[in-house]
Design a protein around this ligand. Structure first.
Ligand SMILES: [Zn+2]
Length: 333
C-alpha cells in the first residue's frame, strides 16, 4: 500500500524529487506515530512523510505540513487526541508531496481552510498540473508574513533558496519555537532539489540570514525526524557554509568530495552532522556522512555550472570509487 502511494507520488511530481521515497532500504517510510508534545499547545506527528506540526490556537488548529497523500484521517485522529477544535489553516513549508500530500483532506473537511505558502512555492503548485485544490494557497507572501494575532501569532520568513527555492521558516513567537522544513531534516545536510530551485551554493546564505534575522527561538522542529535547539541551528548554518567552502577548496586543489568529508569530520562540533551511523527510521534516506558526500558532489557540479545529476546518488565523472564508464548507474552513495 505504502509502495503504491510512493509510486503514484513519483508519477505526480517527476522522478527527481520523488527518488528519495523510491529508495526504501528495509521497509520504506516509517508509519505515522502518536502525536508528541513539543511545548505548550504545540505538538508534532512523525511518520508517513515529513513531520506534521500541530498548533492549537484559540481560533482553531493550524497544521504545518500534511505528509504524503492519504494520511489526512490519521493526522486528524491524532489531532483529536489533544483538541476538538476544527483545522482552520495549513501552512506548507514547501511543496514536496511528503509535506503537502494530505492538504486536500483538510480542505474537504473545511471549505474555508486557509492554505499559506511562499510565492515561489505557490508558483511551483500553479505549474504542477496534478496539484489539488487543497494544495493551492489562499494566501501567499514574498519574504515576511504574520498570521493570527496575540499569543496565536505565527511569523513566516523567506530568506532565499536552499532545499527548494520556496522554503518557509515558520515561527511561533509565544512558544519560542520554529519549523524549519526540509532546510534541515534528520540533523544532516539537506537534500537539494534543483528541479524546484534548490541550491547548495545559496543554502549557507539562506541559513545565515535566518540565524541573523529570526530572534527569540529556542526549539526547532526539523522537516523530518527531530526537534533540535537554536544553538544547533547556528552550528548547522556554519556547517553548510564550511561544506561549500571545503568543496571550493577541494575543487581548486584537484581533490574530491571525500576530502570535503574528511575536512568536516576533523571538526568535533560537526560530529553528529558527519556520522556514519544509520538512524532508525531513516533507512530510506542514508547517513549524515553520505549526505555530506552527496552535497559536496552537488556543490562541485553547481560551482562548475554543470547540470546537477548527483543530488540523490551517483558519482562525479572520474571520482575515486566511481564505476568505469558504461557500467550500470549505482543505486547508493
Ligand atoms: Zn522536501
Amino acid at each position: 500500500m505504502k509502495r503504491a502511494i510512493v509510486l503514484s507520488t513519483i508519477a505526480a511530481v517527476g522522478l527527481a524529487t520523488a527518488a528519495l521515497y523510491a529508495q526504501p532500504r528495509g521497509g520504506g517510510l516509517p508509519p505515522i506515530e502518536k502525536i508528541q508534545p513539543v511545548k505548550g499547545n504545540l505538538y508534532k506527528i512523525f511518520g508517513a512523510g515529513g513531520n506534521t506540526t500541530v498548533f492549537v490556537s484559540s481560533k482553531g488548529v493550524v497544521l504545518v505540513d500534511t505528509k504524503l497523500a492519504n494520511n489526512g484521517q490519521q493526522i486528524l485522529d491524532q489531532v483529536r487526541t489533544v483538541t476538538d477544535k476544527p483545522v482552520i489553516m495549513v501552512i506548507n513549508t514547501h511543496v514536496h508531496p511528503d509535506h503537502n500530500g494530505s492538504n486536500q483532506f483538510f480542505k474537504d473537511q473545511n471549505a474555508r481552510l486557509e492554505v499559506v505558502l511562499q510565492d515561489n512555492s505557490a508558483a511551483l503548485v500553479a505549474k504542477n498540473r496534478t496539484s489539488t485544490d487543497g494544495q493551492k494557497p489562499t494566501r501567499t507572501y514574498k519574504d515576511r508574513l504574520s498570521v493570527l494575532s496575540g499569543k496565536d501569532r505565527i511569523d513566516l520568513y523567506y530568506f532565499g533558496a536552499g532545499h527548494t527555492n520556496g522554503d518557509s521558516f515558520v515561527v511561533f513567537p509565544a512558544l519560542r519555537a520554529m519549523c524549519i522544513g526540509d532546510l534541515m531534516a534528520w540533523n544532516m545536510a539537506p537534500l537539494i532539489d534543483p528541479g524546484s530551485g534548490g541550491s547548495v551554493v545559496a543554502l549557507p546564505d539562506t541559513l545565515e540570514k535566518a540565524v541573523k534575522g529570526i530572534k527569540g527561538v529556542d526549539l526547532v522542529i526539523e522537516g523530518h525526524g527531530f526537534v533540535n535547539s537554536w544553538a544547533n541551528i547556528v552550528t548547522y548554518a556554519r556547517f553548510n557554509r564550511d561544506l561549500l567552502e571545503e568543496s571550493r577548496k577541494a575543487m581548486a586543489a584537484g581533490g574530491w568530495p571525500k576530502d570535503v568529508l574528511a575536512a568536516l569530520k576533523a571538526k568535533p562540533e560537526y560530529r553528529l552532522l558527519t556520522q556514519d551511523k544509520m538512524l532508525p527510521g531513516l533507512e530510506y534516506g542514508g547517513t549524515a556522512s553520505g549526505r555530506v558526500l552527496i552535497n559536496a558532489r552537488v556543490a562541485f557540479q553547481e560551482l562548475r555550472g554543470q547540470p546537477i545529476t548527483t543530488n540523490f546518488a551517483g558519482f562525479l565523472p572520474g571520482e575515486p570509487g566511481a564505476p568505469p564508464p558504461g557500467s550500470p548507474r549505482p543505486g547508493g552513495n
